[in-house]
Write a protein that binds this ligand. Sequence first.
Ligand SMILES: [Zn+2]
Length: 179
Amino acid sequence: MKKYVKFNKEKILIVNKNYRLSRFFNPRKLNKELLKQYDVMWQAAQKDKINLNIVSGYRSYKYQQKLLKEYLRVDNVENVKKYLAMPGHSEHQTGLAIDLINTESKLIKKYRKEYKWLYNNTYKYGFILRYPKGKENITGYKYEPWHFRYVGKNLAKELYNSGDYLTLEEYFHLNNKKR
Ligand SMILES: [Zn+2]
C-alpha cells in the first residue's frame, strides 16, 4: 500500500490523494534528517534576518481523524477535502512535512518576506514547496505557501527547477486524479 518512488538510490515516500498510509504507519515524530537540515536552514535564515518556526510537524492518523471530525462540524465534506487531507492521506503523517510560521506566529503567506526567502532557499536544505500556486489540479490541494516537504537535497534541487517548482506528481508521472 505504501508508495515509494526511486530517485537515484533514494526511496521517496509518496502520500497524496491517491496514495495513503495505514493507521499503523506511525513514526511518532519528525524525521531525523529533516530536523538536522531544518536546523541548518534555520540558521541560514537567521543570518538573513528571517525568523522561522514550525507550527505543525508530525501528525498521526488519529489526529487527522480528529481534525476531520472538527471540520465536518462546520463545513461540508466536499469543501473540507479541498484543504484538509483525509486520514492516511496527510503528508504530515510521514514525519517528512512541516508547516512554517514566522516569529509573530503568522502562517507563511505569499506576501511575507519569509516566503520569498523560503521559496528560493529551501531546496538547498532538501525541502520543497509541496503545493505550489497553479498546480492545484495536479496536487489536488490548494496553494499552501507554508507547507514544505523534505525530499533530500538532490531531488529538491530537481523539483525547485530554477524557481519554477515541479510537483512530485509531475516529476514521477504519478496519476493523482482521484479526489
Ligand atoms: Zn502542512
